[in-house]
Each structure stands twice: as structure tokens, then as C-alpha cells.
Design a binder for this molecule. Structure first.
Ligand code: CAA
Length: 256
């Protein structure tokens, strides 16, 4: 890998570190390709139960690579693999946590929002500064941000380049938790390890059902949830989980 560092931890956590520090981790096509290839491999790997994507202590990612996009035509940007990869991210079935320190701007904020949870360091800042480049967010920024923080704050961020501090992002519901810069990554890895130790098929069904809440009507969403719930009664993990509860012992999950 040229632009990312990849580790598989013995806690069943897959770790991806964005690693273009000289360019503020700008998300060029090569980097995004490496991210999606690694996520796809983790998704198929039974030794990975949850993934963490992080940058470094100073920057998560300063957005799409402006130098790569600057001269693109409409057709080139329509065909751009870089933007399309955000859609492929939605098909990853295992949970993904973004551990964000420093700036998450433009496509960087959009990458964090495409994950299932965001753990922030207290120096994290979130923004959609595309308007300063004469464009708008193109990888979910206007949609996921608005669903997370509401219209008022999203409009200010997208129209007028307001950045949110970690604390504000927490208050507005964009991030799950805020920790000091010293421990944000270890805390994200701890939460990821907890999730990775849970019943894998139930975790997959749970992620699928919560995500459906953003796309379906209430009636359709409840129907999908009901089916996912019912399907889990065909797993040995459901029998194990309920037997373990009844017999007052720890459950041993098989992912079956
Ligand atoms: N693309 C390409 N290169 C970038 C970059 C980006 N998004 N962000 C930073 N860099 C590069 C800079 O060009 C600079 O490179 P050189 O040393 O070769 O000049 C290097 O990273 C360091 O950056 P700065 O000197 O600007 O560092 P700073 O500390 O003064 O400022 C910053 C940091 C506030 C993040 C600033 O770099 C910045 O504003 N970056 C652009 C943020 C932005 O507009 N993001 C949106 C991109 S468009 C998008 O993401 C579209 C989409 O929806 C998918």
C-alpha cells in the first residue's frame, strides 16, 4: 500500500491509517482505492469483526485531492473513481469506526460520516469548505451532514464554511464521543474490539437495520427490521446467547 497503513489486531479489529501527511491526507484516487480494497478484504475476513479508519494526531483528511481534480472536465468527474468509492463504502457489512483527530474537511468529513460511528479527539474539527473552491460537497456531505446535525447547522457549514469543534460536533450529534488527543485512538480501538467480540451475524443485521432508517419509510424500515430479527433465530448464536443468559454464563459466539 502506498497511501495507507494497514494492521490486523488480535482483538479482531482491522485498522486503516490514512498516510499522506505531506498532503494533509488528501484523498486522491489511489488512496481511496486502497481504502476500499482493504475494507472489502476485511469484510470477507472472519478474523476481523470491526474496522477503525484513522489519520494521524494532526489531521484526519483535508478532503478530496484538489490538485488531482483541478483541471477535470464534467465527464471526467462523472467517471471519477474517487467519488464512486464512497458508494462502495455503503456496501461494507461490518461496522466501521472513524477515529478523527485534527481536521476532517470536505471529503474527509464525508469519509468520517460514511462510517458507522465517529470517535473524535478534542482537537478534531469538521467542515465542508467546498464552497471556497466554487463547488459543493460531492460525496454525501449535504445529505449525511444534514441528517446528523439538522438543517440549520448544515446550511451554515455548507453555505458559509462554518467548522465545528469536537465539542460542538458532539452536541449536534455528529460524533459519538470525544476523548483527549492522547487516548482517542486507543478508545476507538477499545470500542471496536468490544463490537468485534459480539455475535457477528447479529452485528451485521443490526448495522443493516439502523442504516435502513435513513433510506426507508417507517413502515418499510420496521418490516426490514422484523425480517432481520426473525432471520437471527436461524443462527446458532441466537440459541447460544439465550442459553448462556438462562444458565448465567458468558456466551461463546461462533458467527453461525
Ligand atoms: N488537496 C490537495 N492538497 C492538499 C489538500 C487537498 N484537499 N489539503 C492540503 N493540501 C496540501 C497543500 O496543498 C500543501 O501542499 P504543499 O506543501 O505542496 O503546498 C500541504 O497539503 C499542506 O497544506 P497547507 O500548507 O495548506 O497547510 P495549512 O496547515 O496551512 O492548512 C488546511 C491546512 C486548512 C487543511 C488547508 O490545507 C486546506 O484548507 N485544505 C483544503 C481543504 C478543502 O478545501 N477541502 C475540500 C476539498 S474538495 C472535496 O473534498 C470535494 C468532495 O466533496 C469530495
Amino acid at each position: 500500500m502506498e497511501y495507507i497503513l494497514v494492521e490486523k489486531l488480535d482483538t479482531k479489529v482491522g485498522l486503516i491509517r490514512l498516510n499522506r501527511p505531506q498532503a494533509m491526507n488528501a484523498l486522491n484516487s489511489g488512496l481511496m482505492r486502497e481504502v476500499i480494497e482493504t475494507l472489502t478484504a476485511f469484510d470477507q475476513d472472519p478474523d476481523v469483526g470491526c474496522v477503525v479508519i484513522t489519520g494521524n494526531e494532526k489531521v484526519f483528511a483535508a478532503g478530496a485531492d484538489i490538485k488531482e481534480m483541478a483541471e477535470a472536465s464534467v465527464v471526467e468527474i462523472m467517471n471519477s473513481e474517487m467519488i464512486g468509492i464512497y458508494d462502495r463504502l455503503r456496501n461494507i457489512q461490518k461496522p466501521i469506526i472513524a477515529a478523527v483527530a485534527g481536521v476532517a474537511l470536505g471529503g474527509g468529513c464525508e469519509l468520517a460520516m460514511a462510517c458507522d460511528m465517529i470517535i473524535a479527539a478534542d482537537n478534531a474539527r469538521f467542515g465542508q469548505p467546498e464552497i471556497n473552491l466554487g463547488i459543493i460537497p460531492g460525496a454525501g456531505g449535504t445529505q449525511r451532514l444534514t441528517r446528523a446535525v439538522g438543517k440549520a447547522i448544515a446550511m451554515e457549514m455548507v453555505l458559509n464554511n462554518r467548522w465545528l469543534s469536537a465539542e460542538e460536533a458532539y452536541q449536534f450529534g455528529l460524533v459519538n464521543r470525544v476523548y483527549s488527543t492522547e487516548v482517542y485512538l486507543s478508545e476507538a480501538l477499545r470500542i471496536a474490539a468490544e463490537i468485534a467480540a459480539r455475535a457477528p451475524i447479529a452485528i451485521r443485521m443490526a448495522k443493516d437495520a439502523v442504516n435502513a432508517a435513513f433510506e426507508l419509510s417507517l413502515a418499510e424500515g420496521i418490516r426490514l427490521e422484523r425480517r432481520n430479527f426473525q432471520v437471527l433465530f436461524g443462527t446458532s448464536d441466537q440459541k447460544e446467547g439465550m442459553n448462556a443468559f438462562i444458565n448465567k454464563r458468558e456466551a461463546k459466539w461462533q458467527g453461525q
